[in-house]
Design a protein around this ligand. Structure first.
Ligand SMILES: Nc1nc2c(ncn2[C@@H]2O[C@H](COP(=O)(O)OP(=O)(O)O)[C@@H](O)[C@H]2O)c(=O)[nH]1
Ligand SMILES: [Mg+2]
Length: 429
């Protein structure tokens, strides 16, 4: 059964695109395309009239057909670029459903592309990341993976592990004195190399994720430090109320900004102080909660406030009227704008280290978890290797690690191992 969905956002637009995918897509669409030029043998792209059941024309659209397997989903696929009136879109969908298609579920076109071998899992996830990334850098990471960037990297790590397994397994079957001379040393080198690569993936995940979903940055500090003034200065708008009265800001106020292409959700908070006022007390509690969950906290005018396990910078404000009382990461004036550009640099560099590995970009938490598990088992394997412990257990750990790497892309069959054995060994020896 063919599936149908409108691929463009709901509402009125110049053009909307409706897609129909499945074995019957061409036949289905031909029921409401006047004098349908579509056929199952070759792709077509033509301006056509769309007609109602009584033959009345209700739109003029460009109808493009792709023939299996040369389409996004790998199935027959038709794209109708019609005028973007929701009434036209509904009519197309109704007519198609009447002719035997059904509404597609979320992500079903991409799921079919995966099931039909057009994309592997990491590539399918990259599609989501390209669509949803909040920054161009995040989009670029997604596109890189969509073109197989992550799959290639994982495949290369996997291949070297498979050879290690193949070598070890081969040597398990032969007598001690026939063991390859550098077997353990070579295995150790590959395993260490893998640990390094997977470690780098893990480290960069948090940072690359920020380019996709944004980072949260919280401004914290005592009352009257100028938090709201700094917030307004960074969002270039008088959004947060600024007064001389302590305890003015009570709710957390947030706004999205962009520093060097990095999407940031900036949050202004209530001043940190002991307060008798119940509402303000709640505000202060919220400030701490926000700071704990933040990717970075800007602590304003308080050298003594710091957090364990939370990235933070100490910023001295009001440098136009006074000098810092100690060592700060940077000195600014939120009122005059002095050093604000430099502060943005400090914020960016605190969030994104220049060590970020841009070769292997993970675009989903699922991939991150899989890498973490693969890393755990490969580290276990390393310990066994160093301790010259059981080779069987060692092979088992590496295989587990390969299993998790596989889950990022697709399954290894035992054939992979066999292929590696025969390609890397001279069996006559
Ligand atoms: N001279 C000077 N005054 C500032 C600066 N930043 C904030 N203020 C003033 O300090 C007072 C408190 O500012 P506000 O942003 O409400 O502080 P908050 O309580 O930390 O949010 C206001 O009168 C601001 O105009 C600054 O850089 N220089
Ligand atoms: Mg304030």
């Amino acid at each position: 059964m063919a599936i149908i969905a409108c691929s463009t956002p709901p509402g009125v637009s110049g053009i909307a695109v409706v897609r129909i995918s499945g074995e019957d897509a061409i036949k289905n669409v031909s029921t409401f395309v006047k004098d349908s030029p579509l056929n199952k043998t070759r792709p077509v792209s033509k301006v056509c009239f769309l007609v109602d059941k009584d033959g009345e024309v209700f739109d003029e659209a460009i109808v493009t057909s792709y023939i299996s397997p040369n389409s996004y989903t790998g199935e027959n696929l038709v794209e109708i670029s019609c005028h973007g009136n929701p009434k036209i879109i509904s009519k197309i969908i109704d007519l198609s459903v009447d002719a035997g298609s059904r509404l597609a579920e979320a992500g079903e076109f991409t799921k079919n592309a995966f099931l039909n071998g057009k994309l592997d899992l990491s590539e399918a996830e990259a599609v989501a990341s390209v669509i949803h990334s909040l920054s161009l850098a995040g989009v670029k990471a997604g596109i890189k993976n969509l073109r197989g960037g992550l799959s290639k990297e994982i495949y290369s790590i996997k291949s070297s592990l498979i050879s290690v397994v193949a070598n070890l397994e081969f040597n398990l079957d032969i007598s001690e004195e026939d063991l390859q001379p550098n077997l353990l040393k070579n295995s150790e080198k590959t395993i260490l190399d893998t640990i390094k690569k997977l470690d780098a993936c893990i480290l960069s995940f948090k940072e690359t994720k920020m380019f996709q979903s944004g980072a949260s940055v919280v401004i914290l500090g005592p009352p009257n430090a100028g938090k709201s003034t700094l917030f307004n200065c960074l969002v270039s708008k008088d959004q947060s109320i600024v007064t001389d009265v302590e305890g003015t800001t009570r709710d957390v106020i947030e706004k999205s900004i962009n520093i060097n292409g990095l999407p940031i959700l900036l949050k202004d908070t209530a001043g940190i102080r002991e307060s008798g006022d119940d509402v303000e007390k709640i505000g202060v509690e919220r400030s701490f909660i926000e700071a704990k969950d933040a990717d970075l906290t800007i602590i304003l005018n308080d050298r003594n406030l710091s957090f364990k396990g939370v990235k933070h910078i100490h910023v001295f404000n009001k440098s136009d009227i006074k000098s810092p009382d100690g060592k700060y990461d940077i000195s600014i004036s939120a009122k005059t704008g002095k050093n604000i550009k430099e502060l943005k640099e400090v914020v960016y560099n605190s969030l994104i280290s220049d060590k970020t590995n841009t070769d292997t970009l993970l675009t989903s938490k699922r991939q991150y978890n899989a890498i973490k598990s693969a890393l755990k088992y490969i580290k276990d394997a390393y310990s066994l290797l160093i301790a010259e412990d059981s080779m069987e257990l060692l092979v088992e750990d590496i295989n587990r690690s390969i299993g998790f790497l596989d889950s990022i892309t697709k399954k290894t069959t035992k054939d992979d191992v066999l292929d590696a054995v025969f390609s890397s060994f001279c069996v006559g020896k």
